[in-house]
Design a binder for this molecule. Structure first.
Ligand code: MOS
Length: 740
């Protein structure tokens, strides 16, 4: 059978199916839902980092125009307790829900003002005045480091892991690198801030929420409010960026539901830009020691990677930075550990490749330092220590083509033009540096389910309760469905973002495509088989009487393979079948995780140009090649990697949340002073894929690509800056003051 358009839909650089809706304003985001009677809530945040509220003056805001409610610990309904409510979160996070007068961090929600308009709510919120009894806060990471503790786990991995004999490996080492690397506290800044609209009808709750996980929000709301999960519906058709911040259910979601119940009207609560800094997580500050031992030929004999990061007083959340050293290089001896320092800050959270982005920076700069000490090429050092198996477990990789990534990206970049010595490349007065680093991110997958329904006009609705956080889920799932069903993508309408749809996992950990894709494929395959068997049994069908195995569906036609004149369109078929034809399927990960180490890899090469007088750093070029399994859509995949690389530039050169050590306030809680890359910061970004399907991981051969793009970039830039200037800077961001 010849290949036609619909046998090759997966992988095509299809335009986003939701693009027209987004560009015309037709896509509705959480804050744009307006149930009848909608009123507006504004959060009031604490202004001290530790202590107790002793008095809260709500008379003035309550008398303010349009105000319907000032919700605080004094009048908030007491929520059902699960164990010790404050320290035993019912659903993942310890939330600030006005249950007591304690203040654990500056910018903790202490009240919610609800009014008939947003302006009235904002005006009244400014009148809420709290008096506090201050306690002495823990804010100085350096000082509190003495009291660091070991967390129970780091994202389901053990906090400490050793293999081989690291002390013996250090004894035989002929060259050593041992340094401290730090990454700053960073704050999520998706275009769309968090937003929740909560609507109660007859004791049932519907929530329109900006979230990466509709089922997670439903479960958190149900457990926190003491309801049956079936009585909560969460809807999230469009999300303006997630990056990890919308993977958890934060306080404002539950507060919106509490406020709406109290006022008996739907309530909208938007977390404003400054409130994004504090109560809704972000990447914690990390301090990482990486100690490498190697023989003169570059063979690693030992790796130590020790992380100390900060968390809040109310909950442990660990940036799993040292985990990357458990898998990256073929080193027989290793010791990795994670420790936490409790501070009076909001609980940190998943942010853009948590652990990998920060841990990779430390490891990959240390590798560059080792290459410099050994006078070997940084790529050659990585190839010398190429891991054929995951060192900490001995498992082989499901599919690993990193050598190809190094080779292709180096070739495209022109790495061979690099002269080895620092400060040896110039363009006029400008210092030029070439740097590289390895990129990696684990491949995760969870159970997911999907449904496919034939419509009366012969097109299909395909559904899964997943999310599209700007990554292209609508588009790539349309492609998987279209190719599996044998119809053009325009004949598939994909729906997601609703707990009424078949459940799917969080769109986090780069796992949506790899989890939901197989479920969509399975549901569509079942439905396709059903349609064919109905048609061959149908005396009025042109394919009647053929064995099912002889009939295919292609380009929207049901066709007898050996006799293509016997065919009919699915529209004609559907017109005769009035009852809805549908199929549902669940796809679960098999035992791949037990059998293999599952990771994506990449190689990032960067050029920097540094003005030696002013310290200004420009990044004219980044070239990166990735082994991410089979790309589902070359256009969205490339966009996603470019976006990750842009965030990597931000990580390396710009982003830093500044915590005031006396007050625990954030000094730059706005986009004027919290710098993210803008167009002028970004020049050429060239992305390559080596395209080796990973069928050991899932039946589509895909691994997730959400997060690998940011990894490797901070180290590649720091290494390029060293090459340009001879300055080894180990504390991010690398701003011009540090270079001068
Ligand atoms: Mo990602 S930081 O797991 O949403």
């Amino acid at each position: 059978m010849t290949q036609t358009a619909t046998s090759h839909v997966i992988g095509q650089p299809l335009d986003r199916t939701d693009g027209p809706l987004k560009t015309t304003g037709g896509a509705r985001y959480a804050a744009e839902f307006r149930p009848a009677g909608l009123c507006h809530a504004v959060m009031v945040l604490s202004t001290i980092p530790a202590g107790r509220i002793v008095a809260l003056d709500t008379a003035a805001p309550e008398a303010s125009p349009g105000v319907l409610l000032v919700l605080s610990h004094r009048n908030a309904p007491s929520l059902p307790k699960h164990g010790d409510a404050a320290f035993d979160p019912p659903a993942g996070r310890v939330l600030s829900l006005l249950q007591d007068d304690d203040v654990h961090y500056n910018r903790q929600p202490i009240a919610v003002v609800v009014a008939d308009s947003f302006e009235h709510a904002v005006a009244a919120a400014a009148l809420v005045h709290a008096q506090y009894e201050r306690a002495s806060p823990a804010l100085d990471f350096q000082r509190e480091r003495a009291h660091a503790h070991t967390p129970k786990d780091v994202n389901h991995a053990p906090p400490d892991k050793r293999w081989g004999d690291v002390a013996a490996g250090e004894r035989v080492a002929e060259v050593r690198v041992d340094a401290i690397y730090t990454t700053p506290m960073q704050t999520h800044n998706p275009l769309e801030p968090h937003a929740t609209v909560a609507d109660w009808q007859n004791g049932k709750l519907t929530v329109y929420d900006a979230t990466q996980y509709v089922s997670g929000v439903r479960d958190a709301l149900a457990k926190t409010l003491g309801m049956a999960a079936d009585d909560v519906r969460v809807v999230s058709p469009f999300v303006g960026g997630g990056f990890g911040c919308k993977g958890s259910t934060w306080s404002h979601v539950v507060l919106a539901a509490m406020a709406a119940r109290q006022v008996g009207r739907p309530v909208k609560l938007v977390v404003d830009r400054t409130q994004m800094f504090g109560p809704v997580g972000g990447r914690p500050h990390t301090r990482q020691r990486v100690a490498l031992g190697a023989r003169r030929d570059g063979t690693l004999t030992s790796i130590r990677h020790e992380l100390v990061a900060q968390t809040s007083q109310i909950e442990d959340w660990t940036e799993p930075s040292a985990v990357v050293s458990r898998m990256m290089y073929a080193c027989p001896n290793g010791a990795t550990s994670h420790r936490l320092v409790k501070l009076n800050i909001g609980t940190p959270t998943f942010q853009r490749a948590p652990g990998e982005a920060s841990g990779n920076f430390a490891l990959e700069v240390a590798m560059d330092e080792l290459a410099v000490s050994l006078h070997v090429d940084p790529v050659a050092l990585r190839l010398r220590n190429y891991a054929e198996r995951e060192p900490a477990t001995g498992k082989s990789f499901s599919s690993k083509h990193l050598r190809e990534c190094y080779a292709q990206a180096a070739e495209r970049f022109g790495w061979s033009r690099r002269t080895g010595a620092p400060r040896s490349m110039r363009d006029g007065n400008t210092l030029v540096g070439y740097g590289m680093a390895t990129a990696s991110y684990p491949a995760h997958r969870m159970a997911a389910s999907a449904r496919a329904v034939l419509q009366p006009d012969g097109t299909f609705v395909v559904q899964s309760g997943s999310q599209d956080i700007g990554t292209g889920t609508y588009t790539v799932m349309t492609q998987v469905a279209a190719e599996t069903l044998g119809v053009p993508p325009a004949h598939v309408h994909f729906e997601l973002g609703d707990t009424r749809l078949p459940p799917a996992p969080v769109s986090g950990g780069s796992m949506s495509a790899a989890s939901v894709g197989p479920a969509v494929q399975a549901a569509c395959r079942q439905l396709r088989e059903r349609l064919v068997s109905l048609a061959v049994a149908d005396a009025t069908s042109p394919v009647h009487g053929s064995p099912s195995s002889a009939v295919t569906i292609d380009d929207g036609w049901m066709i007898v393979r050996d006799n293509p004149s016997r065919r009919e369109t699915l529209a004609a078929f559907a017109a005769r079948h009035r009852q809805p034809l549908e199929a549902s399927a669940e796809a679960k990960p098999g035992d791949a995780k037990e059998r293999y180490a599952l990771h994506s890899f990449g190689a990032v090469f960067a050029e920097v140009r540094v003005d030696p007088e002013l310290g200004v750093i420009r990044v004219p070029r980044v070239v990166a090649a990735y082994d991410i399994g089979r790309p589902l859509n070359l256009k969205t995949a490339r966009s996603q990697m470019q976006g990750g690389i842009v965030w990597g530039v931000g990580f390396a050169l710009l982003e830093e949340t500044l915590l005031e050590l006396r007050s625990g306030r954030i000094a730059n809680a706005n986009l004027a002073e919290y710098h993210v890359p803008v167009n002028a910061d970004i020049q050429s970004i060239d992305v390559l894929f080596v395209d080796h399907p990973d069928y050991a991981f899932n039946p589509l051969g895909i691994r997730g690509i959400g997060e690998i793009g940011i990894t490797g970039v901070p180290a590649a830039l720091a290494n390029a800056i060293h090459h340009a200037t001879g300055r080894r800077l180990r504390d991010l961001p690398i701003t011009l003051d540090k270079l001068l």
